[in-house]
Design a protein. Structure first.
Length: 133
């Protein structure tokens, strides 16, 4: 195998493992659900994507044939992670009754700030004084 390919694959695996470790650590250590979303959706996605790209480089460099499976998995991860994070955040807002977990690290004390627009923060917004149907 080409020494340059070995170095690139090794670096990608180390970078991927580091990102996955940092993302997992953020998932465990961050204080509220809304901040905990950043660990798996950003850092861990980059870590897994880096390991998949290393695999995509390794097999053709080692004499195997090229397979697009790793590329497709990487693209799927980068497309689906932000969408799933958005859905989890919106479900959390609906479940909490338009209030968020108080986070001692920021200035938000349990309610979302006013957006100034008629629709508020979510697509399913309705004024609080309207009764449920």
């Amino acid at each position: 195998m080409n020494p340059i390919a070995e170095i690139v694959v090794s670096l990608l695996i180390v970078i991927g493992g580091s990102f996955a470790l940092i993302g997992s650590w953020g998932l465990v250590k961050l204080p509220s659900l809304m901040t905990r979303l950043h660990g798996p959706t950003k850092a861990t996605t980059l870590g897994v994507g880096s390991c998949l790209i290393a695999s995509m480089i390794y097999f053709p460099a080692a004499g195997g044939s090229f397979s697009a499976h790793e590329l497709l998995i990487t693209l799927f991860l980068f497309v689906s992670a932000p969408i799933s994070a958005n859905m989890i955040a919106k479900a959390h807002l609906h479940r909490q009754g338009w209030s968020i977990d108080p986070n001692p690290e920021d200035a938000i004390k349990g309610a979302l700030p006013n957006t100034g627009g008629p629709t508020g923060w979510a697509t399913f917004w309705k004024p609080r004084d309207e009764p449920d149907e």
